[in-house]
Design a protein around this ligand. Structure first.
Ligand code: PLP
Length: 438
């Protein structure tokens, strides 16, 4: 099918996510390989966002295709109440990969569904109902996970149901808890303790955090925050849920984000990099104590496609590729190249505000003027950012430009040369935001 037919039929007969149908301008995609994907006419895109920060091992890996093929020939699907070899193998593999006492997994279809189940599990385990989460966060687009989400994407879903309490991050957008990272951590945790006291500790089941904030800034937590948070929550019997949907599976240069901070949550949720998006699969991992609770108590939940064999075969092969090809190590190694490229951009472009990178999890903030004003999420989009997005697209760089920032999250198999190729396009593109500098 030619590009225009693809676009016309998709727009006519399908609904798109997050955008009004008439504003959608889909890229027509015919095939993908490694860090590139191609239109039917052969235009090549460098995938600088791993699609939705999810194709961690890169596109069309033959070992994953072969494993899925073999699984399909054996059995594609049986209902979630069965036992299968692929389910057993992936669960065992994860129990060895995830640090600490997280050894039991519930397989879902997505990040949002993993978080939905984490809400249920936390409520059942603690007998409490309130859930804390943070404003600078995204946890999914289902009903309850929209209520966990703090950023403006939740507005259209409001009013939600009672019991979802939002708190400030240690790094809010305009407000500061302090100059140094230590001060930000200490002040934020004091503030959080006061919120907990006002809400009534005995009513709070869990707090959800993105271990490393993803779409809302690719922000690693300040020093000591996650450890301090875990201790504070433990003091009041509140569970810590780390949402590793985006930052898990090697993205940050370690297999899981929380491995950077010497902390293990009570529940971890994952998806995206779990199968590198070769099939839809998420998981909720729970501590031994929570797993013990569900040996005696029913987990009231389950969808037709939970623990889907085909998706599990994709997870098994994709994780094995990640380990065999040392892709987590590659992400850690290339962090310095990403930082070096960001430093170079900072020198050359007045509109460059700040770049952050942890492994191959990177983001660049654009500033509007010399006083460093950014384009805040609650101020909508800026015409210069729209033009920048169009430039990237015209020049074969695929990434997300949202609010006042854009992403640098290529597949973990990217080479240094390919990474620099992406930054060369960004370098040219930022002349657009420089020209709009006030
Ligand atoms: N949690 C985080 C941190 C995410 O980034 C996302 C998706 O971007 C989700 C949850 C939701 O995952 P899914 O889109 O698979 O439901």
């Amino acid at each position: 099918m030619e590009s225009q037919d693809m676009i016309d039929l998709c727009k006519k007969h399908t609904m798109y996510t997050w955008t009004a149908g008439e504003n959608v301008e889909p890229i027509p995609v015919e095939r993908a390989e490694g860090v590139y994907f191609y239109t039917p006419e052969g235009k090549r895109f460098l995938d600088f966002n791993s699609q939705l920060m999810s194709v961690n091992i890169g596109h069309s890996h033959p070992r994953v295709i072969e494993a899925m093929h073999q699984q399909l020939q054996q059995v594609a699907y049986v209902y979630p109440g069965t036992a299968t070899a692929v389910r057993a193998r992936v669960a065992k593999m994860l129990s060895e990969l995830v640090p600490g006492d997280i050894n039991t997994f519930f397989f879902t279809l997505s990040g949002a569904e993993s978080n939905e189940n984490a809400i249920k599990a936390a409520r059942s385990y603690t007998g409490r109902f309130k859930i804390l989460s943070r404003y600078r966060s995204y946890h999914g687009a289902t009903n309850a996970t929209m209520q966990l989400t703090g950023d403006p994407r939740r507005w259209a879903n409001e009013p939600g149901s009672p019991g979802f309490i939002k708190v400030m991050d240690p790094r809010p957008y305009h407000y500061s808890f302090g100059e140094s990272e230590e001060e930000q951590t200490a002040r934020n945790l004091e503030y959080l303790e006061e919120v907990i006291m006002y809400e009534g500790p005995d009513t709070i089941a869990a707090m959800f955090v993105e271990t490393i904030t993803g779409t809302n800034g690719i922000q690693p937590p300040p020093k000591g925050y996650l450890k301090g948070l875990k201790a504070l929550l433990e003091k009041y019997g509140i569970l810590m849920v780390c949402d590793e949907v985006m930052c898990g599976f090697g993205r940050t240069g370690k297999m899981f984000g929380f491995e950077h901070y010497d902390v293990v949550p009570d529940i971890v949720t994952m998806a995206k990099g779990l199968t590198s998006s070769y099939a839809p699969l998420g998981a909720m991992g729970v501590s031994d104590a929570i797993a013990e609770h569900f040996k005696k108590n029913t987990f009231w939940g389950g969808l037709t496609y939970n623990s889907h064999c085909l998706a599990l075969s994709a997870a098994e092969a994709s994780i094995q590729v990640m380990l065999d090809e040392k892709l987590v190590e590659n992400a850690a190694r290339l962090e310095s190249v990403m930082r070096e490229e960001m430093d170079r951009l900072k020198e050359r472009h007045p509109s460059f505000k700040e770049g952050r990178a942890l492994g191959l999890f990177g983001m660049i903030d654009v500033q509007k003027n010399s006083v460093g004003e950014r384009i805040a999420p609650f101020n909508g989009s800026h015409p210069a950012m729209t033009k920048l997005g169009q430039f990237f697209r015209d020049n074969g760089l695929f990434t997300f430009v949202r609010w006042g920032s854009f992403m640098c999250n290529p597949p973990l198999c990217i080479t240094e040369e390919q990474l620099r190729e992406g930054f060369a396009i960004i370098d040219r593109g930022m002349e657009i935001t420089d020209a709009a500098f006030e």
